[in-house]
Design a protein around this ligand. Structure first.
Ligand code: TYM
Length: 343
């Protein structure tokens, strides 16, 4: 059977990018899961510590994120869903893996540079001292998340591919150095949707941490505001038929991407349907689709947030289920590394 593993950070409400790039596909996979396979999803709260936080807000967000996952239709009876921080084996395996992770490999990752706001080599040289070790080592924690369950498949959006290549590099370093074949090479299961872009500035991705609310649509906001944000989305001033052209027309292309992902169809299928619409009518169409798609998650989220005890209980049960598998795997890793306590 397959072991599918993925995670999502809790800092900020889930947005349309998370939904179309991750939770919607997780839901589809979970529905079709065969009995010999397992799916593990976690709130990547430890990852959120890589940048400064308001920790009491973060605590609240961890439970909002849990509710959001369930609101996207994921069923804790079928899928193991928990908080990463509640399963200490994640960080234990991370330590072991850091001892196999080359500094050069980590240095090539792009995300720490973006998150530390370092734009060029000179800046990196000058300001490296301020970059936190946790931020730099973040992809090793991500590898530990995946390898803790010896995952066969990792379903993610387009922006996570680089981190999973590093995970596979670590598998090869570990297996080679320990002369074992213990870890599988996990395959990236890329979401069918393109990356969802920032609604105001389509040169960037839609991001939870963007302080400007107009740039993103969250699954928890009311339909009126969803509609308003789509209607205000940045497009272009090119006349004539609408075309899918991410380079020249990123705003229009982003709307086409969103519509296609919701309608479960390819871009090629969507374009002929929309090419003769006005930009305004395209926005109306997309707004309608988004509101309808998020109606159920929106309703379930509100319902769940009024039962904090239930959320808490489900999360603890999820952590127990995860630990049962994680501790067994970690034990085997420790044995391979000579760290077990057997005589
Ligand atoms: P995070 O929390 O940034 O995003 C969660 C998931 O949402 C996808 N995503 C997007 N997809 C399309 N368009 C966007 N604008 C967009 N923004 C986010 C991401 O690809 C992701 O699948 N490091 C991870 C969390 C993580 C993880 C892991 C994932 C921690 N450990 C182990 C897989 C396996 C992250 O920060 O995702």
């Amino acid at each position: 059977g397959s072991m599918l593993v993925s995670g999502i950070q809790p800092t900020g409400a889930f947005h349309l990018g998370n939904y179309l790039g991750a939770t919607k596909t997780w839901h589809t996979i979970a529905r079709k899961l065969d009995p010999s396979s397992q799916m593990v999803l976690f709130i990547a709260d430890l990852h959120s510590l890589t940048v400064p936080q308001n920790y009491s807000v973060l605590k609240k967000q961890r439970f909002e994120a849990y509710a959001s996952l369930l609101a996207c239709g994921l069923d804790p009876a079928k899928v193991t869903i928990y908080h990463q921080a509640a399963v200490p084996e994640h960080t234990q395996l991370q330590w072991a893996l850091t001892c196999f992770a080359g500094m050069g490999l980590l240095n090539r990752m792009t995300q720490w540079k973006a998150k530390a706001d370092l734009k060029n080599d000179a800046q990196i040289q000058n300001e490296l001292g301020a970059v936190k070790l946790g931020l730099f080592a973040y992809p090793v924690l991500m590898a530990a998340d995946v390898l803790l369950f010896n995952a066969t498949h990792v379903p993610v959006g387009q922006d996570q591919a680089q981190h999973l290549e590093l995970t596979r590099d670590l598998v090869s370093a570990f297996n080679k150095q320990t002369k074992t074949k213990f870890f599988h090479y996990p395959k990236t299961l890329m979401a069918p949707s393109n990356k969802i872009l920032n609604l105001r500035d389509p040169s960037k991705k839609m991001s939870k941490s963007d302080p400007d609310e107009l740039t993103k649509i969250t699954i928890t906001e009311d339909p009126k505001s969803m509609r308003m944000k789509i209607m205000k989305a940045t497009t272009d001033s090119i006349d004539g038929p609408l075309t899918f052209d991410p380079e020249q027309r990123p705003g229009i292309s982003n709307l086409i991407t969103i519509y296609s992902a919701i309608a479960n169809q390819t871009i090629e299928e969507t374009v002929p349907q929309i090419k003769d619409l006005s930009k305004r009518d395209l926005k109306e169409l997309v707004a309608e689709a988004v509101v309808k798609e998020l109606q159920e998650p929106n309703r379930v989220y509100k319902e769940l947030m009024s039962s904090p005890d239930l959320l808490h209980k489900l999360s603890l049960e999820g952590a127990d289920k995860a630990r049962a598998v994680a501790s067994k795997n970690l034990k085997e890793v420790y044995k391979i590394l000579g760290m077990d306590m057997e005589k």
